[in-house]
Each structure stands twice: as C-alpha cells, then as structure tokens.
Design a protein. Structure first.
Length: 164
C-alpha cells in the first residue's frame, strides 16, 4: 500500500501480478507516485468532458442532476469520483514501449462502466472514459488518428486531447 498524492493521499496498492522488477513498470509507478493534487486539477477537463458527454447522451437534466448534483466547474468533477483501491501497471501493446498506470474508479454519473484513468509512463493522463480494458484510445478503437486523444467522446464537441 502507498498513498497517492494525486488523490489527496488515498491509499492504493498495485495489483498482485505487476512485476515491479521490470524497470519500466517501476519507473511508471514512481512517476505516478510523484503526481500531486495540482496535476489532478490540471487533468479535470478530461474527466469533466466524460461527464458532460454522458450527461448529454442520457438526458441527465431529467434525472442525473437530481441524483448526483451538478458540478459547477471542471475541477468540481472530482467531488463525484471515488478512486479505486488498486492500480495496475502494464506495458503497451503492438510496438508501444510505454508503460501505463491504470486505475478504475467509481463515479457519480456512470455507475455501470465507471471511470478508467490511464497515465502513460505514470506521468501524463492519456486516457479517460468508461472501463474497457484498453490502455490507449488507439487500441480501444483500432484507430491511429486517436494517438493524442484522452477522452474519445460520442459527441465530438467533448473529445479532449493531450495538448489543447
């Protein structure tokens, strides 16, 4: 167990089958452990976009607003996220030499699929969305044009990219 500063020192552990003797895995985990609450706030726009896209798709004003409440700013979205207690560290696939830190979280708007957060090499949030088991949007959709997409929205207005 260790405290994750990104999530205000929430205690998390790596899943049992992570091989921390792998240099890339250890480096990614160390980078993740150095992220701060300020990094989380900087990443808010991606998670907020997921919420807004979902809200629009399901007619959230009809029921979700009353059930969950309404975040007033992108940073407020974190009030509706409950980080998981475990993280995974995996190497990329298909020639991707990066290592990814993955956390499943619960969120107030999407109870079925939750929230999947993925940090490339432990330092940059590079994928947000419902849990699908893929560490990149390129893998999720088999589409190389999604290389820099963090949240791949159903409404393109809400798609976010690493550098915007």
């Amino acid at each position: 167990m260790f405290k994750a500063p990104y999530f205000d020192n929430t205690e998390v552990k790596t899943i049992e089958d992570v091989d921390m003797s792998e240099r890339g895995a250890a480096a990614a985990l160390a980078a993740f452990r150095s992220l701060s609450p300020a990094d989380r706030i900087a990443d808010s726009r991606h998670v907020f976009a997921y919420y807004k896209d979902y809200h629009e798709a399901v007619g959230g004003e009809d029921w979700l607003d009353e059930q969950m409440g309404i975040p007033e700013t992108p940073a407020d979205i974190w009030k509706f996220v409950r980080p998981g207690s475990e993280i995974d560290v995996r190497k990329g696939r298909n020639g991707d030499d990066n290592w990814y830190v993955i956390m499943e979280a619960n969120c107030g708007w999407e109870e079925e699929h939750g929230l999947m957060l993925v940090w490339r090499n432990g330092s940059a949030l590079t994928k947000v969305g419902g849990y699908d088991g893929h560490v990149t949007n390129v893998n999720s959709y088999a589409d190389d044009s999604l290389e820099d997409v963090v949240y791949a929205a159903s409404n393109p207005e809400y798609t976010t990219r690493i550098h915007e």
